[in-house]
Design a protein around this ligand. Structure first.
Ligand SMILES: [Mg+2]
Ligand SMILES: [Zn+2]
Length: 195
């Protein structure tokens, strides 16, 4: 902490890759249109990009934790194929009501709990007040707000249903964007305005 370093936290499913429920087959993991170019714009500005994703598949017994790592690796490969990179990936494999004992717990990292963002801040020397959290669920907005980040809700993934008040409402992000592409444009403008 204290290095006043701006960074961007991205949710994974419905934000970088197409929301497809619990992805059992690596081939089902597909980038959202424009997502890699959006990440690359942040890379080109020297802004660290971190993924913070809830992945309760292991806790639900859908697949082993190693599969989450495989999915995350596949994601970074797809981004790399378009010259984009994320600086670190944080995931939570837990769930309070899981069925696999090793992962069944009320942890401090499942969003909206702030563990992943706090760990990233410690590990990478971030000033969370200068950071941004982007995602398609109100839990993404809430976790960002809890640690003092500015927040963007995407209409991709679940965001449209949230805005209609059908799911996880209310939600009060600093900005609402159709896509990650738009979110990055807004954040870069906002960073400039903050100086
Ligand atoms: Mg999501
Ligand atoms: Zn957790």
């Amino acid at each position: 902490m204290g290095q006043h370093k701006t960074a961007v936290f991205l949710d994974r499913d419905g934000t970088i890759n197409v929301e497809a429920g619990y992805i059992r087959d690596l081939a089902q993991l597909q980038l959202m249109p424009g997502a890699a170019a959006a990440v690359k714009r942040l890379n080109d500005q020297g802004i660290p990009v971190f993924v913070a994703t809830n992945q309760s598949g292991p806790a639900r017994g859908y697949y082993p934790e190693s599969h989450v790592l495989d999915l995350n690796r596949r994601l970074t490969e797809l981004l790399a194929a378009e010259d984009a990179r994320v600086d670190d990936v944080f995931y939570c494999p837990h769930l309070p009501e899981g069925t696999v004992a090793a992962y069944t717990q009320a942890c401090d990292c499942r969003k909206p709990e702030p563990g992943m963002l706090l760990e990233a801040a410690r590990k990478h020397g971030l000033d969370l007040a200068g950071c941004y959290m982007v995602g398609d669920k109100s839990t993404d907005v809430e976790v960002g707000q809890r640690v003092g980040c500015r927040t963007v809700l995407l209409k991709s993934g679940y965001g449209e249903a949230i805005l209609k008040g059908e799911y996880m409402w209310p939600c009060t992000p600093d900005h609402v964007a159709d896509t990650l592409v738009e979110a990055v444009t807004w954040m870069l403008d906002d960073m400039k305005a903050r100086g």
